[in-house]
Design a protein around this ligand. Structure first.
Ligand code: CO
Ligand code: CO
Length: 316
């Protein structure tokens, strides 16, 4: 696409970032994002919560504060009861309230397949914009939510997921990244992204692609939802997770101890996943403690930024 540059455009589509950022004044920029998808859970209210939390997450990942949002809805009005849509919208509104975001409108179209999400506008200081680039050698990486929602959702569709796994997965997907983002911003963070469709390793690859640094992932330190390993061993892997691995495999240097299943979990396509951010190692333990005290109990230091191999991810 022919792209237009503008002096006020801080982050545009060429950056493949979580959201776009446009400077309004020297001390104020807007963050704009849009996300919507088909249901990944049966309960409409829960689906609304997950979709809204997921949409809001991209603003948090850029270091912004979401302010207003609009609903985007595709709904099969001739096949489905309108009460389902009402419940989805109530679930979305519940998360917007929790995020202190105002719903200011929306748009719906008739479609064969149900889809829901939000377009979110937030604010940010133009000099405090976080992107997935900028990690520095010696930085530690913190991940704030466990992995496995893709694998558990796949198992759920086939009726093979344990109730406890599903409950934990839903809790994970409906949790806003608001608190994690607020605590993250208490220290200087060099790079941040949220973990969604590309999985932990896919998003980590974006952090090092074309950069002067690489990343080591401590695979045994990565938080994983209960039951995920068993389901992965049963072969319940989403197509997107396999595509993530195949697409990025040339960027991965894998130690022999890590199993094929573990590698797939590290690539598992997440819905409404946690934040992954790089910060200097001197701040990492203190911030991790504050995240745990703030109720983000799964947060963990999952890796570090290294000078070699550049542009690669090493899994240990
Ligand atoms: Co994102
Ligand atoms: Co997104």
């Amino acid at each position: 696409m022919p792209l237009i540059s503008h002096p006020n455009l801080i982050v545009g589509i060429e950056n493949a970032e979580d959201a776009g950022v446009y400077k309004l004044r020297e001390d104020l920029a807007i963050v704009q994002t849009l996300d919507f998808f088909t249901p990944i859970v049966d309960d409409p209210y829960t689906f609304g919560q997950v979709a809204a939390a997921n949409s809001l997450s991209d603003v948090y990942a850029m270091g912004g504060k979401p302010v207003v949002a609009m609903n985007i809805v595709c709904f099969p009005i001739n096949k489905m009861d309108i009460s389902i849509l009402q419940d989805i919208l109530k679930g979305g509104l519940n998360k917007m309230r929790e995020a202190e975001v105002l719903l200011v409108g929306g748009h719906s179209v008739e479609d064969n397949e149900l889809k829901y999400g939000l377009s979110v506008t937030g604010t940010i200081h133009p000099e405090k914009v976080l992107t997935n680039k900028g990690a520095i050698t010696g930085d530690k990486l913190i991940l704030t939510k466990p992995l496995g929602t893709g694998i558990i959702n796949t198992a759920l569709k086939r009726g093979l997921a344990h109730e406890h796994s599903v409950a934990e997965s839903i809790k994970c997907m409906t949790t806003l990244n608001k608190k994690a983002a607020e605590l993250m911003k208490e220290v200087e963070v060099h790079a941040c992204t949220d973990i969604t469709g590309f999985g932990l390793l896919g998003h980590a690859c974006e952090m090092v692609e074309g950069q002067d640094v690489g990343i080591v992932i401590y695979s045994s330190a990565v938080p994983i939802l209960p039951g995920t390993e068993d389901l992965a061993q049963m072969g319940l892997i989403p197509g997107g997770t396999i595509r993530n691995r195949d697409f990025r495999l040339s960027m991965i240097e894998r130690s022999t101890e890590i199993s094929d299943e573990r590698l797939l979990i590290l690539f598992d396509a997440q819905t409404s996943g946690g934040l992954l951010f790089a910060l200097s190692s001197q701040h990492s333990e203190g911030l991790l403690k504050r995240l745990h005290e703030g109720g983000i109990r799964d947060a963990a230091i999952v890796g570090e930024v290294v000078s070699e191999p550049k542009g690669k991810i090493v899994t240990t």
